[in-house]
Write a protein that binds this ligand. Structure first.
Ligand code: ATP
Ligand code: MG
Length: 298
C-alpha cells in the first residue's frame, strides 16, 4: 500500500476526522508507516491525536506557504505510532494567502509532500468541511479520495458537487485521482432510515461502498477528549474494531487489485466509474464486517 488518500466530504460532522485518526492508527497497527495530514483549521485531527494545536511552532500553514520544510513540522504520535502534520486556525490565513497567488496555488500540498512521499506507506489527509482551496490542494495531492457518509436524511445532498469537483481535478491537475471508497459512518441498524440510506448508497456506488460499516459508538466519540484513537482508548470497542476492519478491507482490496492486474483483468469496476456500477449491489450485499448491534454500546 503506497498512496495518498484524501478523506473528504464538504458536509460537516460526517466522520471525516474520526475516520482519518482511527484509520491512521489502524494502518499503523499493521506496521505500515503512516503520515496523517491535518488540513482543517479546526485542528480536530491534531487534538484527536493528542497534540496541542495551540502550541504549534510549525504546522500545515507554514508548510503550505513554503515557510518551512515538511520535515520541520512533523510530530511523532505515540503510542499510536504514526506521524502527524498538525494544524490550527492559522490554516485559514494560509488559505486566504493561497487564494491570492496567481499560479500553482493548487499544487502547494502535493509539492510539499513530495520529498517525504517514499518515507510513508500511506498518507491520509483530513479535509475541512468545504470545497475550498485546502480541499482542492488535498485532492490534487491525493491518489484517491475516501468519502465518509452518515446514513441519514440529506446524506446524498452535496455529493454531486464533491464528485464534480473530483472530475474537474482529474481534468485539470490529477488525471489518476480515483475514488478509494464510500464509507458508511455512525450507522445505527435500529434506525430504518439508516438502512434505507445505506441501500441508496449501495445502489449509487455499488462496489465502491466499503463492506465495513462504522457503527455509532460512544468510544469513538469520547476518544478524542483523551487525545487518542479509539484503539488506544478501548481496543475492544466496536468502534475500534470497525476501523481495524476497514484497514483490513483496504489492504485486501489492494492485494486483490494487484493480483488481478498481474493476471491482466480488472478486479473491480474502474475507479472513475462511480455512477452506475453494480446497480443491484444492494441485493448481493454481504454481511458487513462489523455487524452493527445496539447503538452506543462499546
Ligand atoms: P467536520 O466536518 O466538522 O470536520 P467531521 O466530518 O470531521 O466533522 P467528526 O469530527 O469525525 O466529523 O465527527 C463529528 C462528531 O461525531 C464528533 O463529535 C465525533 O466524535 C462524532 N462521531 C464520529 N463518528 C462517530 C461514530 N461512529 N459514533 C459516534 N460518534 C461519532
Ligand atoms: Mg473534521
Amino acid at each position: 500500500m503506497k498512496r495518498v488518500i484524501a478523506i473528504a466530504n464538504q458536509k460537516g460532522g460526517v466522520g471525516k476526522t474520526t475516520t482519518a485518526v482511527n484509520l491512521a492508527a489502524s494502518l499503523a497497527a499493521t506496521r505500515r508507516r503512516v503520515l496523517l495530514v491535518d488540513l482543517d483549521p479546526q485542528g480536530n485531527a491534531t487534538m484527536g491525536s493528542g497534540v496541542d494545536k495551540a502550541g504549534l511552532v510549525n504546522s500545515a500553514c507554514e508548510v503550505l506557504l513554503g515557510e518551512c520544510e515538511l520535515a520541520a513540522a512533523l510530530v511523532s504520535v505515540e503510542p499510536s505510532n504514526f506521524t502527524l502534520l498538525p494544524a490550527n486556525q492559522d490554516l485559514t490565513a494560509a488559505e486566504v494567502r493561497l487564494l491570492t497567488l496567481p499560479i500553482a496555488r493548487e499544487t502547494k500540498l502535493r509539492n510539499a509532500l513530495q520529498p517525504k512521499r517514499l518515507d510513508f506507506d500511506v498518507i491520509i489527509i483530513d479535509c475541512p468541511p468545504a470545497l475550498n482551496m485546502l480541499t482542492v490542494n488535498a485532492l490534487v495531492a491525493a491518489d484517491s479520495v475516501l468519502i465518509p457518509m452518515q446514513c441519514e436524511y440529506y446524506a446524498l445532498e452535496g455529493l454531486s458537487a464533491l464528485l464534480s469537483t473530483v472530475d474537474q481535478i482529474r481534468i485539470a491537475a490529477n488525471p489518476t485521482l480515483s475514488i478509494e471508497g464510500v464509507l458508511r459512518t455512525m450507522f445505527d441498524p435500529r434506525n430504518n432510515l439508516s438502512t434505507e440510506v445505506s441501500n441508496q448508497l449501495l445502489s449509487h456506488f455499488g462496489d465502491k461502498v466499503f463492506r465495513t460499516v462504522i457503527p455509532r459508538n460512544i468510544r469513538l466519540a469520547e476518544a478524542p477528549s483523551f487525545g487518542r484513537p479509539a484503539l488506544f482508548h478501548d481496543k475492544e470497542s466496536r468502534g475500534a474494531l470497525a476501523y481495524l476492519a476497514l484497514a483490513g478491507e483496504m489492504i485486501r482490496r489492494e492485494e486483490e487489485a494487484q493480483t488481478a492486474q498481474r493476471a491482466g483483468s480488472p478486479a473491480s469496476p474502474p475507479a472513475t466509474d462511480h455512477g452506475a456500477a453494480a446497480n443491484d449491489a444492494a441485493a448481493h450485499e454481504p454481511a458487513p464486517h462489523v455487524a452493527a448491534g445496539r447503538a452506543g454500546e462499546s
